[in-house]
Design a protein around this ligand. Structure first.
Ligand code: SF4
Ligand code: SF4
Length: 375
């Protein structure tokens, strides 16, 4: 085991290979507060990449309702129960990661789902934590809650799938940090499936090898965002590149949200993989739940997000989510508009911070029609 630095847990940790960061790292921010569980992202991915034989059960992108939704069943609670003693001291994680908790002769603490575990991707959909007594839903705030968690592969800095593969078939691209399975090297041992805590590697029983989310790299190579991003109805997603905290650039949209404003947080940072999909946590969910899921920064992230309406820069950047198919390398607010740019500084999109409100007459004289959507 090597010693590597994981900034998400503010300490060094053990990992199977030495630290080797790519030239740049693909990353994403998902605003959980805006997801409506329409599953358009799920279908955009499904029809693009997993419509073949042996892929029927695979959802490289899935959206589950927390707290009771899982794909596969109990993927997170099972590992959390195995990972004893999760302790944080400030920003530092003092418990053991899944690499440091590996049983003797194994590289990662993990478990392998059965076929039945994948059979209920919509389990727990719209189920609340707690009960809503008759009429209580009309009183706000009420104590019952749920939220939608959209998930793809995190293209982790320290991938468990890569660490666990005895064939060296899983690799991380040096040019963009995307994690891929080399199908010609894979022998179908499924150690990656067992090791990935997020369960985002899938075994194809027809081909006998493992497959996973590829972050739509053919699109990224053309400067475009992945399919699940550009088809997102709720406009909850932004793809880009993340720096390490010491090299954060405020003009980079992902750096600004993750490092500067700290409003977007990793999913289960205590697992130790330094995952690169970051979540703006749901503001209506009890803090203890959020802290277990997103780490000790949850309270501050919720506070910053709640104040976004009075924060022109943050709300401006949030307006760029879902505004263009192009990957945005930089952003800038100028007055009441915000722009996104490519690497060379070319403006790709410009969005106003607020849209004008037009009140239309109930009867349109020119077209001689009544509008039923007007009072
Ligand atoms: S989320 Fe899982 S499959 Fe994706 S890189 Fe991390 S460990 Fe590998
Ligand atoms: S398309 Fe967007 S809003 Fe719809 S479920 Fe997916 S992430 Fe949520």
């Amino acid at each position: 085991m090597a010693r590597v630095y994981n900034w998400q847990i503010a300490r060094e940790m053990s990992y199977w290979y030495p630290e080797s960061r790519p030239k740049r790292q693909f990353a994403a921010v998902f605003d959980v507060n805006k997801c409506i569980a329409c599953q358009t992202c799920t279908l955009a991915c499904k029809t693009t990449w997993t419509s073949g034989r042996g892929q029927e059960y695979m959802l490289w992108n899935n959206v589950e309702t927390k707290p009771y939704g899982f794909y596969p069943l109990a993927w997170d609670v099972k590992l959390l129960a195995m990972l004893n003693g999760q302790r944080w001291k400030g920003a530092r994680y003092e418990g053991a990661t899944i690499f440091e908790s590996a049983p003797a002769a194994e590289r990662v603490l993990g478990w392998r789902p059965t076929a039945a575990d994948y059979a209920y991707p919509n389990v727990g959909e719209d189920d609340c934590a707690g009960e809503i007594n008759r009429g209580a839903a009309m009183t706000l705030p009420h104590a019952s809650w749920f939220f939608y968690l959209a998930r793809i592969c995190n293209h982790c800095t320290y991938p468990a799938c890569l660490a666990a593969c005895p064939r060296g078939a899983v690799y991380k691209r040096p040019e963009d940090g995307i994690v891929l399975v080399d199908q010609s090297r894979c022998r179908g041992y499924q150690e990656c499936v067992k090791a990935c805590p997020y369960k985002k590697v899938f075994f194809n029983p027809m081909s006998g090898v493992s497959e996973k989310c590829i972050a739509c790299y053919p699109k990224l190579e053309q400067g475009l965002q992945p399919q699940c991003f550009v088809n997102c109805i709720g406009k909850i997603r932004l793809a880009g590149w993340i720096s390490t905290p010491d090299k954060a650039r405020p003009e980079n949209p992902v750096d600004y949200l993750v490092h500067v404003r700290k409003v977007a947080l990793p999913l289960f940072p205590q697992f130790g993989l330094e995952p690169n999909v970051y979540y703006i946590p749901p503001v209506h969910v009890p803090l203890r739940f959020l802290e277990q899921m997103f780490g000790p920064g949850a309270a501050d992230a919720v506070r910053v997000y709640r104040a976004a309406a009075e924060d022109a820069d943050l709300s401006g950047l949030l307006c760029l989510f879902g505004s263009t198919e192009a990957l945005l390398a930089r952003w800038r607010r100028h007055g009441a508009a915000v722009s996104g740019y490519d690497e060379s500084g070319r403006e790709l999109v410009r969005v106003p911070l607020s849209e004008p409100i037009l009140v239309r007459a109930a009867y349109d004289e020119r077209r001689r029609i009544a509008r039923t959507n007007c009072p």
